[in-house]
Design a protein around this ligand. Structure first.
Ligand code: PA5
Length: 433
């Protein structure tokens, strides 16, 4: 498995090695806190050695369930919000052909629900699924989150009406707490197939549990490879907290050194549009983990070259408080050559015979140079290809870096008290008993 690499040379004009050394020392101790479960939120460290602890029986069971769904259903609805859906979506979209929704496939097509409260979205979803063969998973650790609960209530009623209660129950998989919550009670009553969200794993750290693994397997991707990739990164990072060995430590130290110099907005950028939802997952991971007690680096995202034609101006010349973290992909899976054109009206013949990725790579190099020259430091994370193993490595890398970063900021990276504020107001307005 090719290792991901991290390159911080484009931060050198902004931070020096002495800035990093300060964090090296701190990370050494934060790493001990993590290992010995002595830091804040230590009840939620189940993700930390998750890749090395996932049993092959669980992976096999998830794969078998995925195979059964594949035989039964053309569509698979993943109901969940935040950490209960973003990880699965990040991996599925990264690995999918964007046009597969329009094509026939041997795997069920994945549809997402319960991630918003839009009436139009739900109406259109119900209308669409009315005459289609589908199954669903409802994912909620608490089992009480309003958005997925409403979507599930609607789709459960539709499934029961379509197939009858008994058959509908075979098309519903609940992923929730082992014992607590409304969803656990219902699943037990109706004898749904269930998987457990481990008690000590928070939503945004749960992609390598059944929360992420079941939808990813149903979509036809290799969950074993994903977990193996994460396991490799876990082994590497467990071997040392040194910035020269542990990439998560280097990334956490660099971004915190930049924060100390006033760079308080981080934009995760890519030149591969299928990584758009990976960025959404990353935004939640860092936003919900660090953004508390009036602290944190604001996590933003941009997809290039698309957003160079919208956000590019601001990044180049706006307020100088931004830094970028690039996920660079060495090689695409497919090749498309730019054809010659006799008229050359578009003036592109100088590129004839070159592949499109060559142009994309030059855009990447040119962009990073322009942004760094314009005062935007850049951290580059490189993967060889977008595949399961590399995504697994990236997931673990970012999770660990996020834990280090939260500890460096002296916040609890594993809670999310601020998420309750909107719910409290909404429930009061709705007159919830
Ligand atoms: O990361 C988190 O903890 C949140 O995003 C939750 O996953 C999200 O709010 C959904 O919660 P639940 O799984 O309890 O429905």
């Amino acid at each position: 498995m090719e290792k991901i690499t991290i390159d911080i040379k484009n931060t050198k004009n902004f931070i020096g090695s002495s800035d990093l050394e300060v964090f090296q020392k701190e990370i050494y101790y934060k790493n001990i806190d993590l290992e010995q479960k002595k830091g804040k939120g230590s009840d939620f460290l189940g993700w930390h050695h998750l890749p090395s602890n996932i049993s092959s029986e669980l992976l096999e069971d998830i794969q078998n369930t995925a195979n059964t769904i594949r035989e039964k259903a053309k569509y698979f609805v993943v109901i969940g919000i935040g950490g209960s859906y973003l990880g699965a979506r990040a991996v599925i979209e990264a690995l999918s052909n964007p046009f597969s929704v329009y094509q026939k496939s041997n795997f069920p097509k994945i549809i997402y629900a319960g991630q918003n409260l839009s009436e139009d979205y739900l109406y259109n979803l119900l209308e669409f699924l009315k005459n289609e063969d589908y199954a669903l998973t409802v994912i909620s650790k608490s089992g009480t989150t309003t958005e997925p609960a409403i979507a599930f209530r609607l789709l459960k009623a539709q499934l029961e009406e379509k197939y009858g209660s008994e058959e509908a129950a075979t098309r519903i998989i609940a992923i929730t707490d082992a014992k607590k919550g409304a969803l656990r009670t219902l699943a037990n009553q109706k004898s749904y197939k269930t998987y457990v969200v481990p008690n000590d794993v928070g939503g945004r750290f749960s992609v390598l549990t059944p929360v992420g693994l079941l939808p990813i397997a149903v979509a036809g991707f290799d969950i074993k490879s994903l977990v193996d990739g994460a396991h490799n990164m876990e082994k590497l990072c467990s071997s040392s907290s040194s910035l020269t060995i542990n990439p998560a430590a280097l990334y956490a130290a660099t971004r915190n050194a930049l924060l100390k110099k006033g760079f308080n907005i981080e934009i995760l950028i890519n030149f591969s549009p299928t990584l758009m939802y990976f960025t959404e997952w990353w935004k939640q991971l860092f936003g919900e983990s660090e953004g508390k007690e009036n602290k944190g680096i604001f996590p933003a995202g941009a997809n290039f070259t698309t957003d160079l034609h919208s956000m590019g101006q601001y990044i180049q010349e706006g307020r100088r408080e931004l830094f970028e973290t690039l996920i660079s992909v060495k090689t695409p899976h497919k090749q498309v050559l730019i054809p010659n054109d006799n008229t050359d009206l578009d003036g592109l013949n100088y590129l004839s015979g070159k592949n499109v990725e060559y142009v994309n790579k030059m855009a990447e190099l040119g962009t990073i140079k322009a942004h760094v020259d314009g005062g935007v430091p850049n951290i580059k994370i490189e993967i060889s290809k977008i595949n399961e193993a590399n995504l697994g490595q990236l997931i673990y890398f970012f999770e660990l870096a996020c834990a280090y970063s939260g500890y460096l900021l002296e916040v609890n990276p594993f809670d999310q008290p601020g998420v309750e504020a909107y719910k409290k107001n909404m429930f009061a307005l709705l007159g919830k008993p």
